[in-house]
Design a protein around this ligand. Structure first.
Ligand code: RP5
Length: 163
């Protein structure tokens, strides 16, 4: 199926976090592609990827990076597609550097910034599905099911000692 979401990340080392976005998109029936695209190691590839994403049919980009995490912002600079940024947890500063690098975009070029690490990766996928749900009823229905299932999981096992 034609991918609607592009998941990109700055390094193979980001996959441990970003695989949660991929897994969640799978659960939500959203077709996606995954690529390692580094803003500082492969800047030309990044420009090419971001500039061509729209004409290739991509509708949302999820970009994960750690440290001086300029990948989401540079991607947003080269496309008008919505870009969702996932701050990957860094060793030195536990992802606070990644978060601030991604969230503090100057006015005019937004990056929708999620939480640090796994939660951010999962929520980026859910948010991508919410955006796509405006146009694709089957994705909106999958998102409704996903939310209902997690509600039921809590309601069916309310006692933490019985988990
Ligand atoms: C960033 O530098 C990547 O997004 C990654 O989070 C971080 C470390 O990369 P590696 O040195 O592990 O390749 O570009």
């Amino acid at each position: 199926m034609q991918p609607l979401v592009g998941i990109i990340m700055g390094s193979m080392s980001d996959w441990e976090t970003m695989r949660h976005a991929a897994q969640t998109l799978d659960e939500l029936d959203v077709p996606f592609e995954t690529h390692i695209v580094s803003a500082h190691r492969t800047p030309d590839l990044l420009f090419e990827y971001a500039a061509s994403a729209e004409e290739r049919g991509i509708e949302v980009i999820i970009a994960g990076a750690g440290g001086a995490a300029h990948l989401p912002g540079m991607t947003a600079a080269k496309t008008v597609l919505p870009v969702l940024g996932v701050p990957v947890e860094s060793h030195a500063l536990r992802g606070l550097d990644s978060l601030l690098s991604i969230v503090q975009m100057p006015a005019g070029v937004p990056v929708g910034t999620l939480a640090i690490g796994r939660a951010g990766a999962i929520n980026a996928a859910i948010l991508a599905a919410a955006i796509l749900g405006n146009r694709y009823p089957h994705i909106r229905a999958a998102l409704r099911r996903f939310r209902e299932q997690q509600t039921q999981r809590v309601l069916l096992s309310p006692d933490p000692r019985e988990q």
